[in-house]
Design a protein around this ligand. Structure first.
Ligand code: DC
Length: 229
């Protein structure tokens, strides 16, 4: 199997169902799940804790040399990946709406993208992966054989996010999450390096009115079709 067939990419904006879908596709195919958003969140938390100026790439590059970032596979398809920075478990603190916004800001810094893209490609060389994020099909793994781009109406994405946060015991209002979702969309789509966009060869799936289970089945069907199965 070539490197191309080892990689499935699933990109799209916040709250579109990427994580749930990616985890299920990984479980069904036996591929490992790579949550690239978790990496941007962890870097965001680290830079925030060190009160690093995001306009100072040298300082960012310097401090990131002291960061040891580890991703631990999720225990099952319903849970998030474990994220550790320098041995500390930050899996929960990185999942707040505040950290999502900080991750979005940090992800526009070119030196951060360079470092994380390199690490992500390293995972791609090690084995079969489902890579989930914003630029996995366009920049990180442009040669991946299976590429998907999920999209949905912002109101529906915000509703799903609120539901997700509430399950974790984090209080959130629909209006507030909708505003944050729209702001994050704008940041992620308009940044100059690796903006959120559909790869030319990615299949677009609108998840607004279909269940995530149906999205998973569609993706698995497309992969089987490409494989000639
Ligand atoms: O998928 P997520 O909500 O955990 O991602 C958090 C932020 O990280 C997102 O708003 C933009 C950034 N991100 C990115 O720029 N590129 C990726 N491949 C993944 C996430």
């Amino acid at each position: 199997m070539s490197e191309k067939e080892n990689i499935i990419t699933i990109d799209g904006p916040a709250g579109v169902g990427k994580s749930t879908v990616s985890r299920r596709v990984a479980a069904a195919t036996g591929f490992a799940y790579l949550d690239t958003g978790a990496m941007y969140r962890a870097v965001g938390l680290y830079l925030k804790r060190h009160a690093i100026d995001l306009d100072n790439p040298k300082e960012i590059a310097y401090i990131l040399k002291t960061l040891r970032l580890e991703l631990v596979p999720a225990v099952n398809e319903h849970s998030d990946v474990g994220v550790f920075i320098n041995g500390e478990d930050v899996s929960d603190p990185i999942r707040t709406p505040e950290m999502a916004m900080i991750a979005s800001r940090v992800s526009a810094v070119p030196v951060v993208r360079d470092i994380l893209t390199e690490i992500q490609r390293g995972y791609g060389k090690k084995g079969k992966i489902v890579a989930e994020g914003r630029d996995t099909g366009t920049v990180v793994f442009p040669d991946a054989a299976y590429k998907f781009f999920l999209d949905a109406k912002p109101e529906e994405r915000a509703r799903r996010r609120v539901e997700q946060l509430q399950k974790k015991g984090i209080a959130a209002s629909l209006q507030q999450i909708l505003e944050l979702t729209l702001e994050r969309d704008k940041n992620d789509r308009s940044r100059s390096v690796a903006p959120l966009k559909q790869a030319d060869d990615a299949l677009l799936i609108d998840t607004t009115t279909i269940t995530l289970e149906a999205v998973v089945l569609r993706i698995l069907g497309e992969i089987a079709k490409k494989d000639g199965r």
